[in-house]
Design a protein around this ligand. Structure first.
Ligand code: SLL
Length: 178
């Protein structure tokens, strides 16, 4: 295929983790979860303000710590889209899923490897991101830590921009017909 010369397409997205300590009120440890697990957490890749990214990002593979069963988690856009289609018209009241996401519980922080796979028409190789799972309040100062403590959530999110440089014509159409 031919490339569209002199063109760069930017698509914003956000990735990271959100963690919550177990407690007796709004986040009890689920039945069956090991008593040494202290937190529930999730890792995700999604569009900014939940905008659609499934048209350019087709698969995300999360590599978790090896102490976690099934530590390689692969999420396909196609699977989420099918699940969303099954929801429409349903009475479940569930909202469509816009994110590549893995929900887990655990006790320790570690580095998560996030591999992004693009639409095959893009000709782009997969790209790898690294993200440190944060369970404990952090910050540049005590005030920032205190804010996380009282918020009950430890948020570690990174805003990124995916650049497609001189995309193939076919992929350019996909990128711009949204
Ligand atoms: C640490 N280097 O020592 C890190 C390792 C591993 C965290 C953290 C296991 C969860 C499960 C879990 O939370 N591992 O057993 O499913 O802090």
């Amino acid at each position: 295929g031919k490339r569209v010369k002199g063109v760069q397409i930017f698509r914003p997205f956000v990735y990271g983790t959100t963690a919550r300590p177990f407690n007796d009120t709004d986040n009890p440890r689920p039945v069956g979860v090991s008593p040494d697990h202290t937190h529930s957490w999730q890792v995700f890749v999604k569009g900014v303000e939940d905008t659609d990214i499934f048209y350019w990002l087709r698969r995300v593979q999360f590599k978790l710590h090896e102490s976690i069963p099934n530590h390689l988690r692969t999420i396909d856009a196609e699977t989420i889209i099918k699940e969303n289609e099954a929801l429409t018209g349903g009475k479940s009241g569930k909202k469509p899923q816009r994110a590549f996401v893995v929900n887990e519980t655990g006790w320790g922080e570690f580095e998560i490897t996030i591999k992004l796979y693009y639409d095959s028409k893009s000709g782009e190789k997969p790209q790898t991101l690294y993200h440190h799972l944060r369970l404990h309040p952090y910050g540049r100062n005590e005030a920032e830590k205190e804010a996380m403590r009282t918020g009950g959530e430890v948020i570690a999110w990174t805003y990124e921009e995916q650049v497609f440089n001189e995309p193939f014509e076919e992929f350019y159409k996909i990128l711009t017909s949204g």
